[in-house]
Write a protein that binds this ligand. Sequence first.
Ligand code: FAD
Length: 277
Amino acid sequence: MTHTELSIEFFPPQTDEGAEKLRLARARLAQLKPAFFSVTYGAGGSTRERSFATVQEIAAEGHEAAPHLSCIGSTRAGIREILAEYAATGIRRIVALRGDLPSGAGAAGEFRYANELVEFIRSETGDRFSIEVAAYPEWHPQARSPRDDLLAFKRKVDAGANSAITQYFYNLDAYRHFVDEAHALGVAIPIIPGIMPITSFSRLARFSDACGAELPRWMRRKFESYGDDSDSIKAFGLDVVTELCQHLIAEGVPGLHFYSMNQAGPTCAIVERLGLK
Ligand code: FAD
């Protein structure tokens, strides 16, 4: 079997207790030998200090840290400053995003779309950072059309992205189709599937509606049939996501990016079942 590289995403914890829990989770997840840990960044800089602190901790532990950077609501000067901070910390990889401002939030700043951020990072810092961008196999919820979304993705690649991470999905055909269409447009960078382990159905259903990821009917119905039986929900979730990863690996995906939700258990269980550990 070819080697499947793993990467694992965290959000910056809000409390000291959350930070301690994340340290423990990270120690377990580090045993999976991921290529990098990434850390999300709230649009408009809302988590700037916490994201930066988490990134620094990860780097200090000797792991590769990949900060996310969202540009909506930001100025060029502000982004320049953050890039300088990251460069000084020895960061080599950035996940470049547009982000979402809360509805009613004010000025959109000097960037409209993620391709402008990728362009800016390249023009300011050359090849210093490897740049990851987001991809949407089931299309971004605000996209005018699937074709427009695909072209928007290609613009990010043309602006200098090295690799892409997808929104999570449970429909393998959507991913296959997206990758085929991107290849047909000449996109040659790796498109790494984003994997969301399932531990709670109601939370996942809410989240999926908001970000435009489909929970297939057969899965929904099955989860609903378990009611409050959280053990059955977890067991079924583990089966479904492991099977999805098995198919992806069999198709030769270059990597898997886990949305860990700051928990070690679900990601470790999947990776162990896959025999990647
Ligand atoms: P873009 O690529 O700019 O696309 C946004 C929308 O605009 C799409 O609908 C696209 O089709 C459309 N579009 C692009 N260009 C044009 C144009 N020229 N004209 C008209 N329409 C256009 N959010 C955070 O706030 N922080 C994070 O850390 C974070 N991490 C993420 C990590 C991953 C792997 C993923 C998949 C998403 C993440 N997000 C994060 C969510 C992301 O910020 C949102 O999905 C956001 O709405 C879009 O960001 P983007 O970078 O994909 O935007």
